[in-house]
Design a protein around this ligand. Structure first.
Ligand SMILES: Cc1ncc(COP(=O)(O)O)c(C=O)c1O
Length: 456
């Protein structure tokens, strides 16, 4: 039995706190040796992400395939219980994606057509599309320029602008504003106290898009008390939705989980994830069986399979080990790229965050390079460095611009910052040579294209 599953509550928090302390003390630093001349000598390709499954994970999936039970069953139940313990949640409902979890969380909270939900423009398609599934309307909110989190000051402005008729006219100024969906971009959590205060003041429910933030934790700014740590999913919102997509920090290939402290919400999400059947219909998946279920609502087919849960259980057991591997790489990137003046690099997340390091995002410093972000990406591609961009903001996509009238000037920070943003490869199986190749390639491109103002 994995350590995390045995005593997850205290142990994970302890591990998270310990790893935080040890990385701050620099114990992870200096262990990678990167050679800046590597760029000349090695023809290497570093993918943006490379999944690496160990023998235990493969064996557990094979054993599930041979068990005669493929769909939702005992492994899903165990995965839910162990995941809930790992994040400190009372209830966890497994689903086949984070998108499904976001959808059912908002439905369980009562989202109806015509209502308005505050959504960051700096996010993936899923965060906002689920609001449209219900016929409700996202009001897009700008981000801060550093962590790319939803900017609560802009959220205030957007509420004010909605009421005074200064948002796109497609959005009814009298619509009821009912909820918000903050996103912990890249795995560093937003300030939970501020989110709570904002939601309470405006009477909003909160569904947290935690697709990137397992395992992540937060404590109030200035706190030095280990007892103040709260893990993402430990009642950090009404419902927290995690992704187990192929490149996420814990993967089941495709999969997701909703956690909550509210029994009724959990029951409703569970029922909706299986055709809206009565909850005892889950007995169909036990030896007891349940032939006489009841349909309570027109639900969905969002249940996770035991095949996926088998992988999830094994990944869960080494989630913190994988996080530490990513943290080590992130700290090494920070150490080695710190002197590259053309870039803004992430800072250490500080004493009040434990970062999952799902993403390592850098930004081009304005005016520092003679080429733009897209040209830089092209050069990185030629040098064999994989990358991604998180994200083209929602308001710069045709659907949101054309159907709702969002314009760049409504969301100026996201409009400006996304053009400078690049996500570099970071994954637990990344080798020292791969880290060195990424560093050397980034340095090389920046050196060749720096403008005089910075190099002088
Ligand atoms: C912020 C965010 N939310 C939601 C999702 C959707 O996750 P899934 O693919 O599990 O539905 C993603 C996927 O990348 C994401 O990045």
């Amino acid at each position: 039995m994995p350590e995390l599953a045995e005593q997850p509550g205290r142990l994970l928090r302890r591990q998270l706190v310990d790893s935080r302390a040890s990385s701050i003390a620099g114990r992870h630093l200096g262990s990678l040796s990167t050679d800046p001349t590597a760029i000349d000598s090695v023809a290497m390709k570093v993918p943006f992400f490379r999944p690496e499954l160990n023998d235990d994970e493969v064996a557990e999936v094979v054993s599930t395939l041979r068990s005669g039970w493929l769909t939702t069953g005992p492994r899903v139940r165990r995965f839910e219980a162990e995941f809930a313990r790992a994040v400190g949640a009372e209830y966890a409902v497994a689903m086949n994606s984070c998108t499904a979890a976001l959808h059912l969380a908002t439905l369980a909270l009562g989202l109806r057509a015509g209502q308005v939900v505050l959504i960051p423009t700096m996010t993936f398609a899923a965060t906002a599309e689920v609001i449209r599934y219900a016929g409700a309307i996202p009001v897009l909110v700008d981000c801060d320029a550093e962590r790319l989190h939803m900017d609560l000051r802009d959220a205030e402005r957007k509420i004010e602008n909605l009421r005074t008729g200064h948002l796109p006219p497609s959005i009814d100024r009298d619509a009821e504003i009912t909820g918000m969906v903050p996103v912990h971009v890249g795995g560093v959590m937003m300030d939970i106290a501020s989110n709570r205060e904002f939601a309470a003041r405006h009477g909003l429910w909160q569904v947290e898009d935690a697709a990137h933030s397992f395992p992540s934790a937060w404590r109030p700014e200035g706190s030095e008390d280990d007892g103040d740590w709260q893990r993402c999913g430990e009642s950090t919102a009404d419902v927290s939705c995690f992704s187990f997509y192929a490149n996420k920090t814990l993967t089941t290939g495709e999969g997701g989980m909703a956690t909550t402290g509210d029994e009724a919400l959990a029951a409703q999400m569970r029922s909706l994830s299986l055709h809206g059947l009565s909850n005892d219909a889950w007995g169909r998946y036990t030896s007891k069986g349940a032939w006489d279920y009841r349909i309570l609502a027109p639900g969905y087919k969002y249940n996770l399979t035991d095949i996926a849960a088998a992988l999830g259980l094994q990944q869960l057991a080494r989630a913190e080990e994988m996080r530490l591997a990513r943290e080590r790489i992130a700290l090494e990137f920070i150490r080695q790229l710190r002197h590259v003046d053309e870039l803004e690099i992430p800072t250490d997340p500080g004493p009040d965050r434990i970062h999952s390091w799902h993403l390592f995002q850098v930004k081009l410093r304005p005016g520092a390079l003679s080429i733009d972000r897209d040209a830089l990406l092209e050069e990185l591609r030629e040098l064999g460095v994989g990358f991604s961009v998180h994200w083209r903001p929602l308001h710069l996509h045709p659907y949101w611009a054309d159907q709702f009238g969002w314009r760049p000037e409504h969301l100026p920070t996201a409009t400006e910052v996304w053009r400078r943003t690049v996500s570099l490869p970071i994954f637990p199986a990344m080798t020292d040579a791969e880290v060195a190749h990424v560093v050397a390639s980034v340095e090389d491109v920046c050196r060749r294209h720096r403008t005089r103002s910075v190099s002088a």
